[in-house]
Design a protein around this ligand. Structure first.
Ligand code: FE2
Length: 487
């Protein structure tokens, strides 16, 4: 991990720490009618990596929750008790090897689940899941954060993997997911998985991918499922050589599968793009208009996961790391396997993380929220390495109708996690609500949760929840209102 000697570089050092805080310290005033729970899936390596060239993605999962009620907030954090956590806890040392390569793990655990459960939390069917894409979701108690265990949906799930980015249809209440390498490492099997509101698997659609690659995120419309491949590729030979699961192939084109939600494997259409379109890691939103499917997403021109090498060992080009926000239109009436591309913005150092008001998934929408590395903001030089290399220092709101932008920066020695949009109330207009997220204060070596008015983010935080310690490194978050999950 980069960061050299600055204090901030130590911020994510292993703590092996869990906590419960009732009545957290709050600066400012939390809205009294804000009632619900903000969950975070985090990556926190409990033991130093077995291999120095490993990736932070290979860290143990932990889930945090901030529960808001009557102007108060309570906090709880727990590691996910995965089989991997339990095995290393029993051995008191690291046993699991390079990222997604079980051949590099200690022989005693090669057949133990390598699930880290460290990427995304979601509430569906009353259950809390923390998910990691090469494994099954891990079910947890949404109130105590006790681990229930890997969840195969009562034996109905036939895949060995499950995306960390399923989508919930705001109209039908369904959860749409997918699995890649669905029958095991390096397999070219894909499955679209559709669950009803209660979490019962109602459909699975199996087909093959033209390239075995990282497929991190997906999008849905009211009629279609959209699955982009990336240029992060793998092979059985890589794993047998003891390498990390992924390498970047700069010659690999982008592929996008469009699958009718009510279709079969015969209805799957593959579209083919260029290598410059093959680093779509997170989507923003999609919709179907007539027979056109429209996808909006940040897309980079180059692999920005710096710990994953190029397949040929050549150096990557950092000037191509930062995504541009693009709109891709797929014409299902056309026989062509290409799509139209429109650049919505470029030239800003945004990350690939992209969130929105989730009530507008599948619908025309106006606002998205991203993290960015903003070089125009003041940076305390003591933390410059950390802020320039490792973390984002601002939130960014993009107006998809006008192209307008707005920014929020928490401070000159602060890193910021993914913003989570919370509607002001269930009937609020799109974008009318709050952004919450964890800020890491490298100067004070502690974290805080900030709450910002989503329509006026440049005005700064309405309230800050002051944590007396540093928190785990967040990957993604989820908001469950009290209407979704009463407590
Ligand atoms: Fe993600």
């Amino acid at each position: 991990m980069a960061g050299k000697s600055s204090q901030g570089a130590d911020f994510f050092a292993p703590m092996r720490f869990e906590a419960t805080i009732e009545d957290c310290i709050v600066e400012g005033e939390l809205p009294r009618d804000l009632r619900g729970t903000f969950y975070r899936s985090c990556a926190d390596r409990r033991f130093p990596a077995m291999y120095a060239d490993d990736t932070p993605y290979n860290s143990d999962g932990a889930v945090d929750m901030f529960r808001f009620y009557d102007g108060n907030v309570d906090f709880k954090s727990r590691y996910v008790r995965t089989p991997r956590y339990l095995a290393e806890r029993a051995a008191h040392k690291v046993l699991f090897g390079r990222y997604r390569n079980r051949l590099t793990s200690d022989p005693s655990v090669r057949n133990v689940s390598h699930n880290t459960a460290n990427t995304t939390p979601i509430i569906h069917g009353g259950r809390l899941f923390s998910m990691k894409e090469e494994s099954l979701p891990t079910a947890m108690d949404p109130h105590t954060l006790e681990t229930v265990g890997e969840w195969d949906f009562n034996g109905t799930l036939k895949t060995v993997s499950f995306t960390a980015h399923p989508k919930q249809d705001p109209d039908t209440g369904e959860m749409i997911a997918f699995a890649y390498e669905a029958t095991g490492d390096c397999s070219d099997d894909l499955a679209v998985l559709i669950f009803d509101r209660e979490g019962n698997l109602t459909r699975d659609i199996w087909f093959k991918t033209p390239v075995v690659s990282m497929m991190h995120d997906m999008a849905i419309t009211d009629r279609h499922v959209i699955l982009p491949t990336t240029a992060m590729v793998t092979s059985r030979e890589r794993l047998e050589r003891g390498q990390l699961h992924w390498a970047y192939d700069p010659d690999c084109p982008a592929y996008v599968a469009i699958v009718p939600r009510d279709g079969t494997s015969k209805d799957v259409r593959w579209f083919k793009g260029t290598p410059d379109q093959a680093m779509l890691v997170h989507t923003t939103n999609a919709r179907t208009e007539g027979n056109k499917v429209i996808l909006e997403a940040p897309v980079a021109q180059e692999n920005f996961h710096q710990y994953f090498p190029r397949v040929d060992g050549t150096k990557s080009d950092p000037s191509r790391y930062y995504p541009t926000l693009r709109r891709w239109t797929f014409d299902l009436d056309s026989d062509k396997d290409t799509w139209e591309e429109e650049i919505l913005f470029d030239g800003l150092k945004v990350t690939s993380f992209s969130r929105m008001d989730d009530r507008y998934i599948t619908k025309p929408f106006r606002y998205s929220y991203m993290m960015m590395n903003d070089p125009t903001l003041p940076i305390n030089r003591d933390f410059a390495d950390t802020l320039a290399v490792r973390v984002s220092n601002a939130w960014f709101r993009f107006d998809h109708q006008t192209g307008g932008i707005a920014k929020y920066s928490p401070g000159d020695a602060h890193g910021i996690s993914e913003p989570q949009f919370i509607p002001r109330h269930s009937g609020a207009a799109e974008g009318d609500g709050y952004l919450v997220g964890v800020v890491n204060n490298f100067r004070a070596m502690r974290s805080e949760l900030v709450l910002v008015d989503a329509m006026n983010i440049e005005a700064g935080a309405i309230a800050k929840v002051i944590m007396p310690f540093r928190l785990h490194m967040q990957v993604h978050g989820y908001w469950a209102s009290d209407e979704t999950l009463p407590f």
